[in-house]
Design a protein around this ligand. Structure first.
Ligand SMILES: Cc1cc2nc3c(=O)[nH]c(=O)nc-3n(C[C@H](O)[C@H](O)[C@H](O)COP(=O)(O)O)c2cc1C
Length: 258
């Protein structure tokens, strides 16, 4: 047989095998593909509830019937916070709302003190945002206890390569909030995580009143908010709550890109 004929035959066999493989995959799909995504997780987090699968797939078929299937795992995120009097919790819910504006990321809102006994649950998330009020220029006692409870994960470096960020709420305009964020940064670095900041939104503030200005406290390490210690929990400045949403959305988008 001439060389061309052999080559054609080989190409046909290889084409056929590829097509058969594709068909096998899609016939079993999304089970096989979904299974691969789910099995990447050691234990699944409590789902935030929209019932989406953890994998999304795009199926294309060319004119020759070859099927190409792409899957992209939905990213799992957690916002883990402590709040002594409800203000940090209120802010955390706005961060979560911002995440939910981004397709392809699912988020769970978890209380730090409820995770102290089960820190291994953190391994299920691709990205985690920490939230704590500023108490005496640092994270609150319960949040610190939660941090310390993660030491088994430090030994195994189970959180390495995951994304992290943080936010804090305090009653004074400064109130030493930066030092709270820095303790979250150091905590994340010790776990080998990658820190995502809070990019400036300066261009959106033209003409905004101070209470409505985005990131009015100018915090780019993470998100900050300030509210009087006797104010009702829902009386945050509008700009702080918008900042919370943008901060959550930016984190989710960053997570989607990796
Ligand atoms: C023990 C304690 C220490 C605090 N230390 C600070 C502080 O260092 N700086 C500050 O601006 N506010 C401080 N505050 C005020 C809180 O940060 C503020 O009331 C915050 O909104 C509380 O959040 P939470 O309602 O989620 O607990 C402190 C409050 C408490 C109870």
């Amino acid at each position: 047989m001439e060389r061309i004929g052999v080559l054609k035959l080989l190409a046909a066999v290889s084409d056929c095998r590829t097509t058969l493989m594709m068909r096998a995959v899609t016939a079993g799909c999304g089970r096989a593909l979904r299974h691969r995504c789910w099995s990447d997780k050691r234990s699944m987090p409590a789902r935030s509830g929209n019932g989406n699968d953890s994998c999304r797939s795009v199926r294309t078929e060319n004119t020759l019937g070859a099927v190409h299937e792409e899957t992209s795992a939905v990213k799992q995120m957690a916002v883990i916070y402590h709040s002594g009097h409800g203000r940090t919790e209120y802010f955390a819910k706005h961060v979560v709302a911002g995440v939910r504006n981004v397709a392809g990321a699912e988020v769970s809102l978890l209380k730090a003190d409820e995770l102290v006994a089960t820190p291994a649950r953190l391994a299920a998330y691709d990205g985690i945002i920490w939230g704590s009020p500023t108490y005496f220029g640092g994270v609150s006692g319960p949040f610190k206890s939660f941090m310390d409870s993660t030491s088994p994960l430090f030994r195994t470096q189970e959180l390495r390569g995951k994304l992290a960020s943080g936010f804090t709420v305090s009653s004074y305009p400064s109130g030493d909030k930066q030092s709270t964020l820095m303790s979250m940064v150091v905590f994340s670095m010790q776990h080998g995580m990658l820190w995502v900041g809070n990019p400036p939104n300066l261009e959106n503030n033209a003409g905004a009143t101070p209470d409505a200005a985005l990131d009015r406290l100018g915090s780019w390490t993470g998100a900050m908010a300030q509210i009087h210690h006797k104010a009702p929990v829902d009386s945050f400045d509008k700009g702080d709550l918008e900042t919370a949403k943008l901060f959550g959305a930016n984190f989710a988008r960053t997570l989607r890109r990796i």
